[in-house]
Design a protein around this ligand. Structure first.
Ligand code: SAM
Length: 370
């Protein structure tokens, strides 16, 4: 039997990892600088969490973690913020976070995993660091597939366009075609959750907690209709900045979700009514942290903090909003397994995929060094 092992760099709360293990791709460890990720990552996935800055990570650590696996998979969904549309307005180029893809490439070069995968915002493509990353993978002998997908095409109840990259030293690889003709909806995902008020928490599930609303925002959400904007409100409720001509073109905040559509793209601040179209379709509040997690594909009982620990909206919102949707993680996992099954040599009984990869590379005389 071919033994697989995956390491998840920038693992966060484990969205990608959970998708991979749900499909049968074993994740042995996750690495992240944020200590708050340890609990959700380890508790829900049974994998080891290593608190470490990827830019300081030694290749030997990864080699040890991979152990004697035949197929070694390195995943690395580096922070999206330096590449987001919002960041385009600021000079993030060259910042330490922007350069983390170079660190990922450094580790790929030193460790030579059989498969590599990453996910990021679609605008990552506009950045030289991404170009350099893809070029380096080619130089190291990988066949690379990358493309922008909308996660709602794969059953996520959320519109979320993301760049996905898959690279293999074994042979050509690609992400599976869309699996859902019809999008999953907000109602299907969170319609059955017990109602809670703004500022309220469900005692049996402390993550089903909604942020408080000011008196003014409570009036505003009462006047908001699903799919609408602040333009629907009486004039007295409209914020000063939106009344100005420059604000009139920015209707993307203070909306309610629509029951029978996928949710809009969740951000790290989805729990705030004023931060986007994150109002609950009919209750007068923003969606709860649990609702956000479910809309990101996490199971309803995914544990994000130890029992009795205080709730920090900012930290939890960041972990949930930044996650690779579990649904997309599953599709990546399935694509990897399909790839390993269809590459004819990996079916051979007495050979490991490693030696197969070696043979294939020799046959093609692809250069091994950068
Ligand atoms: C896009 S999120 C990853 C989401 C995760 N893959 C998931 O599916 O839940 C990026 C993560 O990178 C982490 N991070 C940022 N800088 C880092 C660094 N220098 N080393 C390790 N992790 C870092 C952040 O704490 C964050 O959890």
């Amino acid at each position: 039997m071919t033994k697989l092992a995956c390491i998840d760099l920038f693992c966060g709360a484990g969205g990608l990892t959970h998708g991979l293990i749900s499909e049968g791709v074993p994740v042995v460890a996750g690495i992240d600088v944020d200590p708050a990720c340890r609990h959700p990552f380890e508790t829900n996935n049974g994998a080891r969490f290593i608190e470490e800055d990827v830019s300081r990570l030694m290749p030997a650590v990864l080699k040890d973690l991979f152990g004697d696996a035949d197929v070694r998979i390195l995943a690395g969904c580096a922070p999206c913020q330096p590449f987001s549309t919002y960041a385009q307005r600021y000079d993030t180029v060259g910042s330490p976070r922007w350069a983390l893809l170079y660190e990922f490439a450094r580790l790929v070069k030193a460790v030579r995993p059989d498969l590599v995968t990453m996910e990021n915002v679609p605008t990552v493509e506009k950045h030289a660091v991404y170009d350099d990353f893809v070029t380096a993978l080619g130089r190291y002998g990988y066949r690379v597939w990358h493309g922008v997908v909308d996660c709602s095409d794969y059953g996520l109840p959320q519109r979320r366009r993301r760049m996905v990259l898959l690279a293999s030293r074994i042979g050509p690889i690609e992400l599976m075609e869309r699996t859902h003709e019809q999008s999953q909806t907000v109602r299907e995902a969170i319609g059955k959750l017990p109602p809670i008020p703004a500022g309220g928490t469900l005692p049996s599930d402390p993550l089903h907690t909604a942020s408080k609303l000011s008196k003014l925002n409570l009036q505003r959400i009462r006047e908001s209709r699903p799919g609408g904007t602040w333009r629907d409100w009486p004039k007295r409720l409209i914020a000063e900045c939106h009344r100005r001509d420059s604000g009139r073109t920015y209707p993307g905040v203070y909306g309610r979700m629509v029951w029978d559509e996928p949710a809009p793209t969740l951000t790290t601040q989805f729990y705030g009514f004023g931060n986007g179209r994150f109002g609950h379709p009919e209750q007068d509040r923003a969606i709860s942290l649990r609702e956000g997690a479910i809309l990101q594909g996490f199971p309803e009982d995914y544990s994000f903090f130890p029992d009795g620990a205080p709730i920090h909206f900012k930290s939890l919102g960041r972990m949930i909003g930044n996650a690779v949707p579990v649904t997309l993680g599953r599709i990546i996992g399935r694509s990897i397994l399909r790839h390993l099954a269809v590459v004819p040599e990996t079916k051979m009984v007495d050979e490991t995929a490693r030696s197969v990869a070696e043979r294939e590379r020799n046959a093609k005389r692809e250069p091994l060094v950068a």
